[in-house]
Ligand binder design. Structure first.
Ligand code: CMC
Length: 383
């Protein structure tokens, strides 16, 4: 905050930076240690040795599942993957060039009244848990089949044997995904699942705190995630990497960009002043993928950008930077990157919505009024 604003309004923090807006047991960011824990477990361990399903269960139900619980959870997810035809009818009505974030936001709006717990009151905890599981099960189906629809293809049915990552990849391509692609997708879903009081999660909590429903919270979250300062950064980061094209162009590109005071997408974070814990692991995965695919150019460009950003600005890559070139190497269309973030983050949003509703109070901050006051109301003819 500028010195004048601080002096004038000591209780005001632009962008709510540093403001404590709730108490949560879902995740903790430790900026100094570059660490992120979901309910006490390090995300690296979950991404490396766990699965998105274990992560989603942990976030929603508050504990890691044992084998029987995990089997049951996967079975429920499989049985809930399909979506009503009305969702596809709505997606077919969208312009073909609609962004897939608009499609998934629309998809969830159409889906809401079809939920078997539609009539449940907002504070019905058991109903919210059931809704959360359905939301997690169906998000990938809607993104992938929405992608088919905009290409003029028909939606295809989920395979009950598939996990969340496999389901998305299978529906998107119409083919059985290979093991490495599933592994990278699964790890990225785990890393994208939850991140404290970020913009979309906070927006989701604000919505449900009015005792609106969980689906409305999810729709709010999607709308908030879409922007390039939040989830949309992964798409912008990839466009930037493609613009740079070759490692030989990278130094001049970043020098120019910094000279022109440009924001470098996929870098910086409100909470991490050192490295983004999620980016550390995903960079390793993305670089290994590049070596495996025989295309290391984005990893090489990334090294130059990262080195320059660190030495000149002390700013580090965030999760969206390695996610961008990992997804590109997997052959995923760029405008599906933020919708993939949605497939993962519906678990975090749902966990937060449920937490909010268990101990709810309407979220209603104040603003400092600096506008005109006490004016005479002039007749229309005099204005
Ligand atoms: N490139 C260049 N300069 C930057 C960047 C960047 N990516 N990020 C921050 N800065 C500079 C900024 O110009 C400002 O400098 P100065 O004080 O000289 O004006 C200073 O750092 C503080 O920046 P800010 O925008 O006020 O910081 P913030 O805490 O409000 O913003 C941010 C955090 C994520 C919006 C910002 O770093 C940014 O815009 N990054 C690019 C977009 C991006 O990658 N977003 C994805 C975030 S991680 C995924 C997610 O969970 O959403």
């Amino acid at each position: 905050m500028s010195a004048t604003l601080t002096d004038k309004y000591p209780n005001y923090s632009p962008g709510l930076e540093g403001v404590i807006a709730g108490i949560s047991t879902i995740s903790e960011i430790d900026s100094d240690r570059s660490s992120l824990q979901y309910r006490g477990y390090d995300v690296h361990d979950l991404a490396e040795s766990g699965s998105f399903e274990e992560t989603a269960y942990l976030l929603i139900f508050g504990k890691l599942p044992n084998q029987a619980e995990l089997d049951g959870f996967k079975k429920t997810l499989s049985s809930e993957r399909e979506v009503p035809e009305a969702v596809y009818t709505a997606l077919k009505a969208l312009p073909k060039d609609a962004h897939p974030m608009d499609a998934i936001r629309t998809g969830f709006s159409v889906l809401a009244p079809f939920d078997p717990d539609y009539e449940a009151v907002a504070t019905d905890d058991a109903a919210n848990l059931r809704k959360a599981v359905r939301i997690i099960a169906k998000a990938g189906t809607m993104v992938a089949n929405g992608h088919r629809i905009r290409q003029g293809l028909e939606p295809i049915k989920p395979n009950p044997a598939h996990n969340t990552a496999e389901n998305f990849l299978h529906l998107m391509t119409g083919q059985e995904p290979n093991a490495k692609t599933v592994e990278v997708m699964d790890a990225s879903l785990t890393l994208y699942a939850e991140h404290g009081f970020n913009a979309s999660t906070f927006a989701c909590r604000v919505t449900v705190a009015t005792l609106s429903d969980l689906y409305s919270g999810i729709v709010t979250g999607i709308g908030t995630l879409r922007g390039p300062l939040h989830g949309g950064a992964n798409e912008e980061a990839m466009k930037m990497l493609l613009d740079i094209d070759q490692p030989a162009n990278a130094q001049a590109w970043i020098d120019d960009a910094l000279e022109g005071k440009k924001k470098i997408m996929g870098f910086g974070h409100r909470e991490y002043k050192k490295r983004d814990s999620r980016a550390i692991y995903l960079t390793k995965v993305a670089k290994e993928l590049g070596i495996e695919k025989g295309d290391t150019r984005f990893g090489d460009i990334a090294d130059i950008l990262e080195h320059t950003m660190e030495s000149r600005k002390n700013i580090f890559p965030n999760v969206d930077f390695p996610a961008a070139y990992a997804y590109y190497l997997l052959g995923i269309p760029i405008d599906l990157y933020t919708p993939i973030f949605v497939i993962a983050r519906v678990s975090g949003w749902s966990a937060h919505a449920i937490e909010q509703l268990r101990n709810n109070r309407l979220i209603r901050p104040k603003a400092i009024y600096e506008g005109a006051a006490n004016l005479e109301f002039p007749p229309l003819a005099d204005r």
